[in-house]
Design a protein around this ligand. Structure first.
Ligand code: AKG
Ligand code: FE2
Length: 344
């Protein structure tokens, strides 16, 4: 199965091959609105880390509201230098531009292999492919990096260390917003050995973008995903039954809550459905850093959030098993989370 990049580079395409036609794509019920109509809430990260107690209380409340109403927020004043964000995007682009032979050692790997690249989501089981190539690297608790491009290791190490710090501080605020101790998630899910995965997504220009899909509607596993993209938009977020097309603010990160926040909060904060559409003109690159529990942690709803009116909505499952389950599945809505949902 060759990459979409190779498919595009090998000849001038005027239409897409039939195995890329995504049948339930952009149909009439799929109303897409722009951010002019629906504005994703912004969280000023600096107030969480060095605001006055009053400012911190307010930002924790705002964070809780964003998790409750959107499952998605924009983080501003995060302290990450723009030069590092740019370097990270560039070095990922360089990886996708390596010759096929140089990427081959990372192809055809299993879900728990620390470095793997490929196309679509799980091209061995899918009948219809997504217009997307990817690189996935496990960067914590053990750091891994492809050997090429040579700068990848140093840049991704720094980028991942900083995104991990941002995610852990956001999770403290989210714990508090749930009425739990600020270090609750950190302790319960053993975040000193949290699994952190860097995914780089590469979406080349597509001759028939209305027929193809970069990534289908899905929710993310893990606790938080921190997303960075080049100047090309394509992410759409489900909100109140409509798709909101996101144009990221400059210098900001987009963050969404994952399935394991939904489990831990006993369904209070939902993991949000999102998808990536493609376009005719330009290559889009997005970098998604997922911070999850320790692979050995069994994630259950926090007992503090359960009572007789609110029994546990999910059964416990080890994070490692959840990852295996997700990869054996088709990437499809919240089908993986449904497998641990308690039926009532
Ligand atoms: O490309 C995007 O904007 C979305 C990527 C994404 O959802 C993912 O990697 O899980
Ligand atoms: Fe995602």
């Amino acid at each position: 199965m060759s990459c979409v990049k190779e498919l595009c580079d090998s000849r001038t395409l005027t239409s897409i091959p039939s195995n890329y036609v995504f049948s339930t794509n952009l149909n009439d019920q799929d109303v897409v609105v722009t951010e002019a109509e629906e504005v994703i809430p912004a969280i000023d990260f600096s107030l969480l880390t060095c605001g006055t107690p009053e400012q911190r209380t307010k930002i924790v409340r705002d964070l809780g509201k964003a998790c409750l109403e959107w499952g998605f927020f924009v983080v501003i004043n995060h302290g990450m230098p723009e030069s590092l964000r740019k370097a990270m995007l560039e070095v990922c682009q360089d990886f996708f531009h390596l010759a096929e032979e140089e990427k081959r050692e990372y192809m055809g790997k299993q879900v728990l292999d620390p470095i793997r690249c490929g196309t679509s989501f799980n091209a061995t089981v899918e009948k219809i492919f997504f217009w997307r190539d990817f690189l996935k690297v496990f960067v914590h608790p053990r750091f891994h990096s492809p050997q090429k491009p040579p700068a990848f290791s140093e840049i991704s190490w720094e980028y991942c260390k900083r995104t991990r710090e941002v995610a852990r501080l956001l999770l403290r605020g989210i714990s508090e917003s749930l009425g739990l101790e600020d270090c609750y998630i950190d302790k319960a899910l053993q975040l000193d050995s949290s699994l952190q995965i860097l995914t780089a997504n590469f979406y080349p220009p597509c001759p028939q973008p209305e027929l193809a899909m970069g990534m289908p509607p899905h929710s993310d596993h893990g606790l938080l995903t921190i997303l960075l993209q080049n100047d090309i938009s394509g992410l759409q977020v489900q909100h109140k039954g409509r798709w909101v097309h996101v144009n990221a603010l400059p210098n900001s990160f987009l963050v969404n809550t994952g399935d394991h926040i939904e489990i831990l909060s006993n369904g209070k904060y939902k993991s949000v459905l999102h998808r990536a559409v493609v376009n005719k003109e330009a290559t889009r690159i997005s970098l998604a850093v997922v911070l999850g529990p320790s692979m050995e942690a069994t994630v259950t709803p926090a007992p503090e959030l359960e009572d007789s009116h609110n029994p546990p909505k999910f059964r416990g499952m080890k994070y490692k098993e959840y990852l295996e389950l997700q990869q054996s599945n088709q990437l499809n809505g919240k089908s993986c989370l449904d497998r641990v949902r308690v039926q009532c």
